[in-house]
Design a protein around this ligand. Sequence first.
Ligand SMILES: [Zn+2]
Ligand SMILES: [Zn+2]
Length: 363
Amino acid sequence: MQFDQPSGMLLAMSQAATATPKETRPTPISRVEKRRRAQADTRPRVTLSFYRYVRIADPQAFQERLQDAWSEFDCMGRIYVASEGINAQMNVPKQYFDAFDAWTQAQPELAGVPYKIAVDEGEELSFYKLAVKVKDKIVADGLDDDSFDVTNTGEYLTAAEINQYVDDPDAVVVDMRNSYESEVGHFDGAIIPNVETFRDELKTTPQTLKIHEHKKIALYCTGGIRCEKASAWLKHKGFKHVRHLQGGIIDYAHQVKEQGLENKFKGKNFVFDERLGERVGEDTISTCHLCRQNKSDTHYHCLNQICYTLFIGCDGCIEKRAGYCSRKCQMIDKLPSKHKKTLARIYNQKIRPLRTFKKTRLG
Ligand SMILES: [Zn+2]
Ligand SMILES: [Zn+2]
């Protein structure tokens, strides 16, 4: 297949087998500057995600191999590597997609891994830098993997099958995501735990599902990775009929379109990149966090970098508050930078450690 040759790609491929020494890191640049530079690059991109639980003998060497090769293809994204596998969310310039694909599939750890291609690229660039990071786990689940059989996962469900579960009184559908994700979109009639993290979700779900113990249980999440762990965990907790949506909401949206199925997912699929969401269902099911009146399912990060709270805003409130979550943040951001630095230091040292994690403080 024809593709443009990215500069230095062959070099990356020849170096691929051996870990190359890390280059000296450039001086860090601000989030705003990174975004500005990335946005200057207007080449069309493909946003995709994938994951695989696979034994990685040397995560550090694997990380360096991916970081080096994928930066040659001008990829951007957030990729976690651990001894248990890989979790990748990224974008690739369209012109290099075939080359990226050939290289990626040629890696023994990644051969045959299916990609989930974004439903909707949106107007916002999904990522504006490439960060491949070594982590203890590819998803922060708070579980001790030695305490249960992580490979005893539930069987997969197709889009057509989960549609049947939605209508079946002997089945329950459970959203395995956080409340700020399910707030803007979820399956009709799904159980939506009010939690802020996946750790909490795993803690509370067995209790929540106790009364549905004998029913068929269908789990779903964004791209499927959380359900791999959650289904094994629920089976370990004694639930017999646990299955999960293969490829998550992203793949569901593709299957619905390709197979002409009825779409039972209402609203938006929240995504962890700069787009913050992709439309799956036409309906807007959530309300603006500022006025608490107008319907909206558009997420924003507060422009005050000290706050950076994730919130839902309607057009009117975003205009009125100029993209800030509150009048206070709007005012703080007007202060001279030395005052802002002091405030940021106080916040990080005194306030942040005391606050229990809450991503959507406003919600
Ligand atoms: Zn509003
Ligand atoms: Zn704010």
